[in-house]
Design a protein around this ligand. Structure first.
Ligand SMILES: [Zn+2]
Length: 125
């Protein structure tokens, strides 16, 4: 499994086999995470409060979504429709909240933590 596949499927950054989350992105329990990787027993929260740093990643996601939506919406709205623009621009924050929450932690663990892929876990079940 490539790193991109592991990232998209929210797999453990060390073994790329174990799921980080207990439920689907589209579940109401989208935020429930395994404490340890079900395959290699890596503790995902490598130190207390580690996932607070995911807020910065989530912030970057939100800014990118706001700017993109704002640029697209501004093309279709007039100058007097500022409240429509604000409503449209803020809607991705709510709609994409589960996505942002999960992938902020995934990106944090895959790219911004000292955990690296370990091939020795490749053959383990
Ligand atoms: Zn693992």
């Amino acid at each position: 499994m490539t790193q991109l596949q592991a990232l998209v499927q929210c797999k453990c950054p060390r073994c790329r086999k174990g799921n980080m989350y207990k439920h689907s992105l589209f579940s109401f329990k989208y935020d429930e995470m395994h404490e340890f990787c079900p395959k290699c027993r890596l503790r995902f929260e490598i130190e207390p409060g580690f996932f607070w740093a995911a807020m910065y990643v989530s912030y970057a996601f939100n800014v990118a979504e706001l700017v993109t939506t704002g640029i697209i919406a501004a093309q279709f709205l007039g100058e007097n429709e500022i409240w429509w623009l604000i409503g449209i621009v803020l809607s991705p924050i709510l709609v994409l909240m589960p996505f942002n929450f999960r992938y902020a932690r995934v990106v944090l663990l895959h790219f911004l933590s000292p955990i690296r892929y370990d091939k020795s876990y490749e053959k383990s079940k």
